[in-house]
Write a protein that binds this ligand. Sequence first.
Ligand SMILES: Cc1ncc(COP(=O)(O)O)c(C=O)c1O
Length: 440
Amino acid sequence: MSLNTTTRSGNEHVITTKTSQEMYERACRSLATGVSTGFRRRVTPVPMYFVRGDGPYYYDVDGQEFLDYGLSFGPLIVGNNHPTLTEAVNRQMKLAYTFGAQHQGEIDLAELMVKVLPGVERVIFANTGSEAVQSALRLARARTGRDMVVKFEGHYHGWHNNMLVSNHPTTEQLGRASPSCGGQPPEEYALTIALPWNDLSAVRRAFEEHPDRIAAIITEPILVNGGSCMPVDGYLKGLIDLCAEHGAVSIFDEVITGFRVALGGAREMFGLEPDLSTYAKAMAGGFSMAAVAGRGEMFDVLEDGRTGHFGTYNGNPISVAAAIATIKILSEPGTFKRMNAHGDAIRRRIEQAASECGQTLVTTGTGTAFTVHFGLTEAPRAWTDVMKTDEQAYDRFRAALLQRKIYLLPDGRWYLGATHTDRELEKVFPAIDQSMKDLA
Ligand SMILES: Cc1ncc(COP(=O)(O)O)c(C=O)c1O
């Protein structure tokens, strides 16, 4: 594949991706696909190579500085090279990498989570969001003795075969559980029901059609992976209530929203307490760490041996030290207020710039994680609305911003962190204005 290595927008803004292009071509010869996770292949004009990160800035192999609003797909909520986080990890590195045995940090982190997450009485640790989701589903199945699980169209709960269904379904794939890639035998997602989101009647029907079969309902409380759609009033509570009524376990997948939309995540933001929640990403500020948390009795099936939970690296001291440090940094008064104000200011600026340039768009989500939708006049409520966005217009907008050294994720999503300050607003505002003009 041949790609332009130098891209232009006006005369004064030119970035080069020459070295990234060369490295990508070299990588493709030994590293299958050239990248380490499928999502990174979508980055245009070429998957970029970086050498260093500092606060909200990335430094690439061509010596350029980029202001980052992608935050490594979410984890970098306190930026790179945060002194407190780095110090905590370094301190732990000198003590031990890992034990495969118990240590004080596990207790400290579990107690901290119980303290800051509303309704959480007990936790277990894992390494990635995908693993945490699988563990939560296993707990639910062991507890209920049932086999089926409900997920929703447009939601992403990791890459395992039972959950990588109807992630971003095409029109033909709507209305049934559809695999997202090859190598997914139907038997492995036959117990997964995929429903439209923000529609309680669909959930009621599923409970009627499958009496005593549904072990759990899993939902992103804010549909960040499918256009940052917000739940309509009463929807999330309705899900929790329907689960309680039908003896199923309610699960919020807070891998993105946890420690991001508030210190207590969506539980705090919406004042709701599902049976279980899953956490990863922002929880440990860039280190591989995940957890399942919830009401104490949800974990009885582990305590009494009805099921098990495993993992060589679970609760490893380095990731645990990173999580404790990250949560403590985020606990500093005013942090979420500042992050939300920063994100809201960017959203307003994008909307204003669009209106001045005659572009139709809406933004959806929260201050710390939001999505820009070109071509829509109303906030999308579910994946079927998000499907109508003008992706090409966003791609052009993102490319224009990249010219101005603003680094974004490929799907319209922006992530904000604690190291984005007014200084960064001064950089991003004119870049937004100019990039919107470029679209004309
Ligand atoms: C909501 C949600 N759940 C689960 C996952 C899977 O997490 P991981 O990539 O750490 O396995 C993701 C990843 O993006 C996610 O956004």
